[in-house]
Design a protein around this ligand. Structure first.
Ligand SMILES: Nc1nc2c(ncn2[C@@H]2O[C@H](COP(=O)(O)OP(=O)(O)OP(=O)(O)O)[C@@H](O)[C@H]2O)c(=O)[nH]1
Ligand SMILES: [Mg+2]
Length: 315
């Protein structure tokens, strides 16, 4: 009789301040793009699952929205969903942007770095009440001196809310394999939760909308703080096997509509072709993408917006 190693499977949540690199890390661990990444804070709006395999273990990663001081309804729903993702998981990784920490120490911090540090402190506070200790992962170690990152790690570790520390760069992949092996070992024995070859579980319409939202952020992140949402309202296969996808980009004000469209429609054209290219690669078919930009002042205050993303409206 041959001895078989039991399979393992479970959830590992990645939490952290906005822009810490949670989605980049999720994609790196999965080995495929399952969650959108931009240089803008508050990119991820709802928990996104990605499935990573390591030997006999399946790690279902839960990429969560950044945890920050919420102001609006959407902020509150995002932050609530991030903590809920952590509560349900077998392992929690708190990802911290070491470069933001060091910028604050050096006095070179921009507003976003300072906010990130405050958010890190409030996450530490939140972890104090958690069922189990978290894993601290210092991210963005690329270009950072070793002794400086060790000092940051020590300060955070001394808070007592972590039982392990990893130093990684989600961007280059440094240290990520060690973290992955550790997460695999933390998964309980049990059958896999997804087929072995599946990497993501977002409904394809939602994924298509996320990809367009990523392109919007990449292109107009400075002019458009926080105010756009994308909905897919048609997703049809044509007789020739190609896909016809129609999406509406919702903004809150006329001025934002003008920004997204751009002079002579150039900005919207760029967004559309970048999104179409990525969708074509991802879906492995020809894609016809039609984008409309609509002003709907109240999109962030409508129950339907939240239901579409699986977020709680009443928080
Ligand atoms: N230098 C460096 N940059 C990184 C690293 N990981 C992520 N980034 C960059 O940090 C920015 C934010 O990355 P995301 O993965 O979107 O961060 P996030 O934590 O998911 O952000 P939210 O969804 O907004 O909370 C992007 O510009 C990434 O390219 C890293 O290891 N090193
Ligand atoms: Mg993200």
């Amino acid at each position: 009789m041959t001895e078989t190693t039991p399979t393992r499977a479970g959830f590992a949540a990645i939490i952290g301040a906005p822009n810490a690199g949670k989605s980049t890390l999720t994609n790196r661990l999965v080995g495929a793009k399952v969650s959108i990444v931009t240089q803008k804070v508050q990119t991820t709006r709802f928990p996104v699952r990605g499935v990573a395999m390591h030997d006999n273990a399946q790690i279902v990663l839960v990429d969560t929205p950044g945890i920050f001081k919420p102001r609006r309804r959407l902020d509150r729903a995002m932050v609530r969903s991030a903590w809920a993702g952590a509560e349900d998981a077998e392992a929690v990784v708190h990802l911290v942007d070491v470069q933001a920490e060091l910028a604050v120490q050096d006095g070179t911090a921009k507003g976003a770095d300072k906010k990130a540090i405050e958010d890190v402190r409030s996450i530490v506070h939140g972890l104090q009440g958690a069922r189990r200790k978290a894993i601290l992962a210092l991210n963005k170690i690329d270009g950072v001196k070793r002794e400086r990152m060790l000092a940051v790690a020590k300060d955070l570790f001394d808070t007592g809310v972590y039982d392990e520390v990893f130093m990684i760069s989600a961007a280059t992949g440094a240290g990520v394999d060690d973290l992955k092996a550790r997460l695999a070992a933390l998964m309980p024995e049990g059958p896999w939760l997804y087929p072995e070859d599946q990497t993501a579980d977002l409904p394809v319409r939602l994924l298509a909308a996320e990809i367009t939202r990523e392109k919007i952020y990449l292109r107009v992140h400075e002019e458009l703080p926080y105010a756009a949402s994308v909905e897919t309202h048609a997703f049809e296969e044509r007789a020739d096997g190609s896909l016809r996808i129609e999406q509406t980009i919702l903004v809150e004000r006329e001025g934002q509509r003008a920004i997204i469209i751009g002079a002579n429609g150039q900005t919207l054209k760029w967004i559309g072709s970048a999104a179409r290219e990525e969708l074509t690669d991802l879906l492995e078919r020809k894609v016809h993408l039609f984008l409309h930009v609509k002003v709907r002042e109240t999109w962030a205050e409508e129950r339907g917006t939240y239901e579409g993303m699986g977020l709680d409206f009443d928080v």
